[in-house]
Write a new protein. Structure first.
Length: 154
């Protein structure tokens, strides 16, 4: 079967923050909390966005071809533990696949070194006029390749 969610974390190097070539930090806000006193589940998607944007819209400029934009085609998000305010979270991002017009990201959210969520996201480059997928340029594929790390997940 696979590793139970409660067992994924620091004891598994493939799922530690160090296993991700791109890492970002978000400061938690009181407004991120819900009635139970922990960070609301919807905020987890914002943490993932911070990690994605760091790669797709990096300091050297966007990777999307002219007239194109990146869109989310699929998002799988597994909640593994609570995140509590106050504090920070770190999001690790790695690319597991670069396709013709899409990129598959593996991400994990950590608080105090403990994994709190895992996500798999498929991003597609879309032509803004036709609204259909558009092939990634070789330059984009080359830039993205520095973030490719295989995982042992089936």
């Amino acid at each position: 079967m696979g590793t139970p969610a409660t067992d994924i974390g620091a004891e598994d190097p493939a799922h530690s923050l160090d296993a991700f070539p791109s890492r970002t930090t978000d400061k938690l806000r009181y407004a991120d909390t819900d009635r139970q006193g922990h960070v609301n589940n919807a905020v987890f998607a914002t943490f993932l966005e911070t990690g994605r944007v760091e790669i797709l819209y990096n300091k050297d400029g966007p990777l999307a071809a002219p007239g194109c934009a990146f869109v989310i085609a699929r998002l799988e998000l597994d909640f593994l533990s609570e995140i509590n305010w106050p504090g920070d979270v770190e999001t690790g991002t790695r690319i597991t696949r670069i396709g013709t017009s899409s990129v598959t990201l593996d991400q994990a959210v950590f608080q105090d070194g403990r994994i709190a969520a895992r996500a798999k996201t498929v991003i597609v480059q879309m032509d803004e006029t036709t609204r259909k997928s558009s092939p990634l340029t070789s330059k984009t594929q080359e830039c993205l390749s520095q973030f490719v790390r295989p995982t042992n997940d089936a």
